[in-house]
Design a protein around this ligand. Structure first.
Ligand SMILES: [Zn+2]
Length: 145
């Protein structure tokens, strides 16, 4: 049994790795059964015309598409926009855990931050992940402002 702090740390690390995988295009989703599939676990069907390969769902055989940051943002609990005085989106804070541990993805701090009682944990994110998150958040912000 790990301590609370270790669990919190591994939750933050898991979320950071998942976001890196989305940014790298390694997470695929099935439009039929809504499964999330790692690129390596998909069935690769080589195109006869040699224009590339199609990735198929191992469950139902439907054609998979890449999970985007905008898809991920529909799964999260809540988010805050960080707006500068010109009214432009500068950074984003996304809530992915609440009630047990509170876990936030913060692009200004480039990381996943976990809080649980007096314990805190952190896992870093690359600039590429943060810029993809901010791009997707900007699209939402443009629609609701
Ligand atoms: Zn499927």
């Amino acid at each position: 049994m790990g301590s609370t702090k270790e669990e919190l740390q591994s939750s933050c690390k898991g979320i950071a790795e998942f976001l890196e995988n989305i940014a790298d295009g390694n997470v695929l989703i099935c439009p039929e059964c809504e499964n999330e599939i790692n690129k390596e676990d998909s069935i690769i069907e080589d195109d006869e015309d040699d224009v590339g390969s199609t990735k198929l769902c191992p469950e139902c055989g439907a054609e998979l598409r890449q999970k985007e940051m905008s898809d991920w943002l529909t799964d999260v609990l809540d988010f805050n926009f960080v707006i500068n005085r010109q009214g432009e989106l500068k950074d984003s804070e996304i809530c992915v855990g609440f009630g047990g541990p509170n876990i936030w993805v913060k692009t200004d701090g480039r990381g996943v931050y976990g809080y649980w009682g007096a314990d805190e944990a952190y896992a870093g994110l690359t600039g590429e992940v943060c810029s993809q998150i901010n791009d997707a958040m900007e699209e939402i912000y443009e629609c609701i402002k």
